[in-house]
Ligand binder design. Sequence first.
Ligand code: ACO
Length: 393
Amino acid sequence: MASYLLLGKEMQEKPTINLGLEGVYFSESRIAMIDGINGRLYYCGYSIASLAENSTYEETCYLILHGRLPTSEELEKFSAMMKSFRDLPDGIIRLIKEMARNTVPMDTLRTAISALPAYQSNKYENPEEENFAESVNIISKSASIIAAIERFRNGQDYIKPNASLGHAANFLYMLKGSPPDEKHSKILDVMMILHAEHGSNASTFTSIAAASTLSDLYSAITAGISALKGPLHGGADEAALRMLYAIGKPENTAKYIDDALSGKKRIMGFGHRIYKTYDPRARIIKKYLEELENDANGEVRKLAKIEMEAEKIMIDKLGKQKGIWPNVDFFSGPVYISLGISKEIFTPLFAASRSVGWCAHVIEYWKNNRLIRPLDYYTGSIDLEYLPISERR
Ligand code: ACO
């Protein structure tokens, strides 16, 4: 085997390569604890089930950013700050309008977030205050940006935020222009809590890697959005719904799955790098879907039936055998559809909900920053003779 110079040493043996950084720890964190064997997830010590049951998205954001639950006074102040950041500057509205008709919503969201610093005039006392304010600005505005994208996509106008509503309810209001149904607002609030944070997944790691160069928060979050877009990560929610439509009716499910698996295709919304059991978030979303099924329109009921069938077949075929279980993206689609949210903005909404996790991780990492610079093992040639172009074949 060839030997190459590595960090000043002659390397004789090929190093162990952890493809996809699987199983590699790169930092310590106090934000999320994920138990992939027993299907448990905690944000700052609180189980996802108890937060979904008792908390609100605003309170969960405070928890993730500060590491503890707020007092009522602190929550009031934090919620007021979120509200104060909701409205979009005219330049961002124009940018969204320009992009929305011909660009997928994730691209418009990514571009709009990266343009936000152009409209930030506030001066902050210290970096901590600045990081916190920028985080709240991103969390708050990302939802408004998505509502604006969807309205412009449909030839409608921007709707200004409503300060009497909580974050999730205001998003629905800015999306539809009418006072949102209380039950719908509650369900969306829970969906946002469930998507708020998830350790050092691909998009969070990407945000941290960008931030580790001491770049800025907006750039880091823009990088996170880029990573979330792919169908192996956040893009799976839309892909899973498209799959349900492709299946069409419950009786087609078994054949669809058989054909896909024998063609070595992935069933979207199943499998996870960490969870080798049922994703605890999927359990909670499934419970909401079952409740919705009882009062939902025919479309949601039909989609839910296909999902229940697909879940049964997949668990039978791959659950115990390969640890492939439903993940957070599997049941989300029909829930969003029942709230009147179209599939094109599922992943942007995931990004908006996750923005708090990205910000919190970046700020945490900066406290003990080290440039992220892993190695790749070079397998090409060296010392090749440079031939003039006229002599190359
Ligand atoms: N459908 C069918 N087979 C699957 C699936 C799936 N969804 N997921 C994994 N497998 C199979 C693989 O084909 C592989 O089989 P093999 O050992 O016979 O080759 C085995 O399970 C292990 O798969 P890996 O790709 O090694 O698992 P990895 O940890 O890299 O994958 C991932 C995780 C990317 C999420 C994968 O399960 C997948 O592609 N799922 C579908 C997309 C999806 O739902 N993504 C959302 C994840 S949650 C989130 O990011 C928010």
